[in-house]
Design a protein around this ligand. Sequence first.
Ligand SMILES: [Zn+2]
Length: 234
Amino acid sequence: VLSIKAELETAVRTREEGEKNMDTITTHREYEALDKQISEASLKEAELRKSLQKEEKTLAELDDIIKSTEAMIASQENDLNTSKETLNNQINTYKTELDELGKQEEGIVPGLDQEILFKFQRIIQRNSEGIVAVKNGVCTGCHMILPAQFANEVHVGEKILFCPYCSRILFYEQSDDDSQETFFNDSGSLADLDDDFADDEEYDEENEFMDEDESSDDDVSGDDGDELEEDSEE
Ligand SMILES: [Zn+2]
């Protein structure tokens, strides 16, 4: 835009000088030369004004883009700072919590069985929770069904027991759902559970047997159809 403005200034000056000199000329030749100078300068002036307008429009558009981008950056920076502050607060809360837990740990650890403590520390390296409830005979850490006798021992709570599947330390918790508890009390042991599964298998086998019957029937009828076709062809 600045360079066009400078060029425009030159064109305007050339035209104006030409117009001024018109008053002092004496010959037709001088007139023609001046006339040419003026019209060329006018043409150039018009062209330059047109491109100046175009460039100024582009400049204004670019300026708008810069302004909206700057506003966006400012708003994102603002969001970022807010998030950063929230995160820092969270970190501080965790640090306080950690200090508190550290103090509690110092109070508890000296009285603990060293072997149990070692096992527990290994468990919590792998899992977020090292001590989980047994509910309805199921370990709530790994959701495996525990042997009924073992679940009863957890319920009695005389010694520290580890889940045989996920190694977490277990404690008994009253079930929310009484019907499932009843189901477990009724079955009594895993052996009974196995019987239930066995019943299911028998049922499936019966179904399979029926399927085989049906499929063999299909085969026969299929063969019949083939034979009929062959007959008709003959
Ligand atoms: Zn488990």
